[in-house]
Design a protein around this ligand. Structure first.
Ligand code: ADP
Length: 291
């Protein structure tokens, strides 16, 4: 039986710490940290995520506003909004909810966000700082995974890790974060021919392929630590991840549930990045001045 990694409880603790940080700032007479969210189109899942993010901000005493734009919005209109938010001294973080409609180049939009306000950590500047191992905003989901791994107390140094998926949002930054923690990382992706054999060598598997129940029992080395980034609804209406939970759980040492594992951590890390952006701005001392 694996030990369950309770992302919901760990995220709740982090949010409490962030809340008291905000309270201290307010008590010193400062304005609250503020996040601007941009939502283009009417994708229902995106709408739900944005509502979660707004609620989480308010719960810790942050300010938040959501700009809701129609799905026909042009790239140049969106660029203008980003510029306006970049120049607004009352905005600390800017988050553009993905996916964006087809007529918009998502990397151009993300790249337009001022790096200090890029609290999703997805822009070239922040991904570059991550590659170099320098301070900067880290993408929220992989950062949340690192915090979960920290709570297990397992030393990653010298361990074999397999990251399944190489998106800019999760897989690629995950590879770098694990590498900086001195793990030896294998990146499995859609063109990998021997995924199962490679995964089976890993002491830690991070599954972020977006494929329901991809990772079966014979992909997992006994006593491995398993982190599930996927979330899908199966035909029975049940939420499942990228791990075939029931088969892999008995042989793992630690495992994240779906839901209640990585998901709550992603939001907690977004809040954490927002507070970091705010503190960097009010102190005027931040990595973007240096690198
Ligand atoms: P996420 O947002 O979780 O990163 P994406 O859908 O953006 O998900 O990316 C999925 C990633 O998973 C891609 O990098 C792709 O190469 C990888 N992937 C997809 N299918 C498989 C598979 N069957 N085996 C291994 N990797 C896969």
């Amino acid at each position: 039986m694996a030990q369950l990694i309770d992302g919901k409880a760990i995220a709740a603790d982090i949010r409490l710490d962030l809340k008291s940080k905000v309270e201290q700032h307010l008590a010193s007479g400062a304005r609250p940290p503020a996040l601007s969210v941009v939502l283009v189109g009417d994708d229902p899942a995106s709408g739900i995520y944005v509502n979660f993010k707004e609620k989480a901000c308010k719960q810790i005493g942050m300010k938040t506003e959501t700009h809701r734009l129609p799905k026909e919005t042009s790239e140049s209109e969106l660029v203008s909004l980003i510029d306006q938010l970049n120049n607004d001294p009352e905005v600390d973080g800017i988050l553009v909810q993905l996916p964006l409609p087809k007529q918009i180049d998502k990397l151009r939009i993300i790249g337009r966000i001022s790096p200090i306000k890029d609290v999703d950590g997805l822009g070239a500047k922040n991904q570059g700082l991550l590659s170099l191992g320098l301070a900067g905003h880290r993408p929220c989901t992989p950062l949340g995974v690192m915090k979960l791994l920290e709570t297990t107390g397992i030393d990653l140094s010298g361990k074999q890790a397999a990251v399944i998926g190489r998106s800019i949002l999760v897989g690629s930054p995950m590879v770098r974060l694990l590498g900086h923690a001195n793990a030896t990382v294998t990146n499995i992706h859609s063109r990998t021919t021997n995924a199962r054999a490679l995964a089976r060598e890993a002491d830690i598997i991070v599954a972020a392929a977006g494929v329901p129940e991809l990772v079966k029992k014979d992909w997992v080395k006994p006593e491995a630590v398993l982190i599930d980034v996927g979330i899908h609804r199966n035909e029975g209406g049940k939420l499942v991840g990228d791990l075939a939970f029931d088969e892999v759980e008995p042989i793992a040492s630690h495992i994240t549930p779906v839901p209640g594992g990585v998901g709550p951590m992603t939001i907690a890390m977004l809040l954490s990045n927002c507070i970091q952006a705010y503190e960097w701005r009010i102190t005027g001392d931040h990595p973007y001045l240096v690198y």
